[in-house]
Design a protein around this ligand. Structure first.
Ligand SMILES: Nc1ncnc2c1ncn2[C@@H]1O[C@H](COP(=O)(O)OP(=O)(O)OP(=O)(O)O)[C@@H](O)[C@H]1O
Ligand SMILES: [Mg+2]
Length: 270
């Protein structure tokens, strides 16, 4: 209910653009959305403000943000906060995504010294800082993280940083209804070549559950309803690659190991 409301509000609400979010690589603006007596924050990423990348076609990141939400919503993964395409917000067409208010008590992913790894965390990756301190990246095994890790394999997410995993709520006043662990910044997704870079490799070797297998089967079947919504954002070859990834994952039956022949962690990881 809250998700449908948020989506409708993002599509039809009155938007006030407040200003740029500092330090983002792309033009990223905070917006207040007003709809049916409710107002909440959202993030507008105009295609015109995307920094060009060598490996993704220009001005397609906001489309990929929307495709990410559509896939997550179609499969009931609840990973990506509601995200729509808006054409009427000052800087031109772009994505508008509900803002996840961090609940503040989260250490789902941690970067700590070796003796500070939280008890329930799986260590992932060690790095040495410029001053010679050894740090370890680790994460816990909560359901919300597993859903993000699963989504990222399907969406081929090339940039799942720890800082882009937020536990909180995107609709103030919805009570517990919209609280969850969400993945934001899903623009580097759906490339036709394999590119998964993530801090969530801790689920490797775990068998997919029945509902995950069902989700993979659904993508392999690619019903018209799913194809139609993805068609609005992605190239045919990218949709076909998504289908092929789902097929490979289903055949393997488990979360894969990180490949050995390329970079598998985003940089910086936080
Ligand atoms: N849906 C959201 N909910 C909460 N915060 C968000 C959301 N989207 C973006 N932000 C905030 O805005 C910042 C910039 O957004 P985002 O990371 O998507 O843009 P970017 O241009 O890809 O930047 P980066 O260089 O961090 O990858 C995020 O680091 C985060 O703090
Ligand atoms: Mg980014």
């Amino acid at each position: 209910m809250h998700e449908a409301f948020a989506r409708q509000a993002l599509e039809q609400g009155t938007c006030t653009v407040m200003g740029a979010i500092p330090r983002a690589s792309n033009d990223t603006r905070l917006v207040v959305v007003d709809h049916a007596g409710t107002h909440f924050k959202a993030v507008y990423k105009p295609a015109s403000g995307e920094r060009p990348l060598a490996d993704f076609p220009p001005h397609t990141l906001s489309l990929r943000e929307v495709a990410s939400y559509r896939l997550s919503a179609h499969l009931d993964l609840n990973v990506v906060p509601p995200t729509v395409l808006r054409g009427d917000l000052g800087a031109g067409p772009g994505s508008l995504q509900a803002y996840v208010e961090d609940s503040g008590d989260d250490d789902a992913v941690a970067l700590t010294e070796v003796d500070g790894i939280p008890a329930e965390h799986t260590p992932m990756f060690a790095l040495r800082t410029e001053d010679g301190t050894d740090l370890v990246l680790s994460h816990d095994a909560r359901e919300g993280l597993r859903a993000i890790a699963f989504f990222d394999l399907l969406a081929n997410n090339a940039d799942r940083k720890a800082g882009h995993i937020i536990t909180g709520s995107y609709l103030p006043g919805s009570g517990a209804a919209s609280i969850g662990t969400y993945g934001i910044d899903n623009g580097l997704t759906f490339h036709a070549e394999e590119k998964v870079r993530t801090v969530l490799w801790g689920f490797s070797h775990q068998s997919f559950r029945v509902e995950e297998i069902d989700a993979l089967d659904e993508v392999v079947r690619m019903p018209t309803e799913l194809r139609t919504v993805l068609d609005e954002s992605l190239e045919e070859t990218e949709i076909e690659s998504l289908r092929a990834r789902a097929e490979r994952l289903g055949e393997a039956g488990t979360f894969p190991d990180p490949p050995q022949d390329r970079t598998v962690i985003p940089w910086p990881p936080i």
